[in-house]
Design a protein around this ligand. Structure first.
Ligand code: PLP
Length: 401
């Protein structure tokens, strides 16, 4: 018998430390249950349930017909980088250099690049907890030490400047911020960001990654505070944004980032090494998204707002559940500590298996997520009502595990 038949390749140790996003596992489990004939309502996945607006789709189709099927510059097509800068100017009255904009295959790629570039053993990286799970996963992958910045319900799920600043040491290389936030829907008040930026003066070695992918998902007339508004940190700010959420384009795999001068060449080279460029017709779709009518965004956000009220009212009527009103994104993060369920992940699993409602346990977003579950309200009002009814019946009938 050949010995080669038993050879089992294995990756370097860093891959023992890489994590993942449980939302995809929940999506797979929900799909498997649906395939068995179960009626599953999915409030687990974080993507708009709207279709990409037709003019964006048409622009991408036209790009293919016009022959845009080859490689593009690795940082993205010039008109798109210029359109990103124009959009930022329109929305925030702030100038950014299109020459520092990098178009990437998904907002996630920017966090991958930033953490890879600044993380190494001995370095410390601060990240929000609960927060998007890929932050911690990538920090651990690089061998850097992940330092969670607790995101607390009593702070309206906003980032605490004082707490974050107190965690910075001389080994801190990067601080990650995310507002409006996943998974909590929290929005960090401007005063808190002012205080954080002021405190950074004492820590000139720290780079900031501001994940503003939900910047248009704000309610009650709230204005977005972008880190671009602080010229004093522009030389060390990586601004992450993209089209996935704003224009319902998650599957197109598109994002953009603004990079500071010192990190631009490294990210450009990483692009050349890893993905060459973003899919050319998708970039033309993205261009149409930024230069075309914006009513589609406002309409989608208005619909999310209606659902937000439905979800929060419904959750607060459930036994043992209390839900703060999320100010942004499209997630609710109810506190389930009064239900008797001490494990939010077990509750989320039981809700899926027994009540047919997919949600995500708070601990999938970090240790400080215990006691909460995340519901994405990217589903129809009708389905949200049905899901809340099922959750109510379940919580009344089933004793906590
Ligand atoms: N940042 C946050 C906070 C997110 O929630 C997500 C997606 O869920 C992303 C970034 C990544 O977005 P993309 O699909 O563009 O990679």
């Amino acid at each position: 018998m050949s010995t080669t038949a038993h050879f089992r390749p294995h990756p370097v140790a860093a891959f023992d430390r890489i994590g993942e996003e449980n939302a995809f596992a929940v999506l797979a489990r929900a799909a498997a249950l649906s395939a068995q004939g179960r009626d599953i309502i999915n409030l687990g996945i974080g993507q708009p349930d709207f279709a990409t607006p037709a003019h964006i789709v048409e622009a991408a189709i036209k790009a293919l017909r016009d022959g845009h099927h080859g490689y593009t510059p690795s940082t993205g097509i010039e008109p798109l980088r210029v359109a990103v800068a124009a959009d930022i100017h329109r929305r925030f009255d702030t100038e950014i250099d299109p020459g520092r904009v990098v178009i990437v295959p998904g907002g996630k790629v920017t966090m991958f690049a930033a953490i890879l570039m600044l993380g190494e053993p001995g370095a410390e990286i601060l990240y929000p907890d609960p927060g998007f799970p890929i932050y911690r996963s990538m920090i651990e992958f690089t061998g850097a030490t992940p330092v969670p910045v607790p995101i607390r319900e009593e702070n309206g799920f906003g980032f605490s400047a004082q707490e974050a600043l107190s965690l910075i040491t001389e080994r801190t290389r990067l601080v990650i911020l995310n507002s409006p936030a996943n998974p909590t829907g929290g929005v960090t008040p401007k005063a808190e960001i002012d205080a954080f930026v002021a405190g950074l003066e004492k820590h000139p070695q720290v780079v900031i990654l501001s994940d503003e992918i939900y910047d248009q998902f704000l309610f009650d007339g709230e204005a977005h505070t972008t880190l671009l508004a602080y010229p004093e940190i522009r030389d060390r700010l990586i601004l992450l944004n993209g089209w996935s959420k704003t224009y319902a384009m998650t599957g197109w795999r598109l994002g953009w980032a603004l990079w500071p001068e010192g990190l631009f060449e490294p990210v450009r080279k990483l692009a050349v090494n890893a993905w060459s460029c973003v899919n050319a017709p998708a970039q033309y779709g993205a261009l149409a998204a930024l230069t075309g009518p914006q009513e589609c965004v406002a309409e989608m956000v208005a619909e999310f707002d209606r659902r937000r009220h439905l979800v929060v009212e419904g959750l607060n009527a459930l036994p043992g559940v209390s839900c703060a009103v999320p100010k942004g994104a499209f997630y609710a993060f109810p506190n389930i500590s009064g239900t008797g369920w001490t494990s939010a992940k077990k509750l989320a699993a039981a809700l899926l298996d027994e009540a047919g409602v997919a949600t995500i346990g708070g601990p999938d977003f970090g240790l400080y997520g215990e006691g909460y579950i995340r519901l994405s309200y990217a589903n129809s009002a009708e389905n949200i009502r049905r899901a809340l009814e099922r959750m109510g019946n379940f919580l009344r009938d089933v004793r906590a595990a």
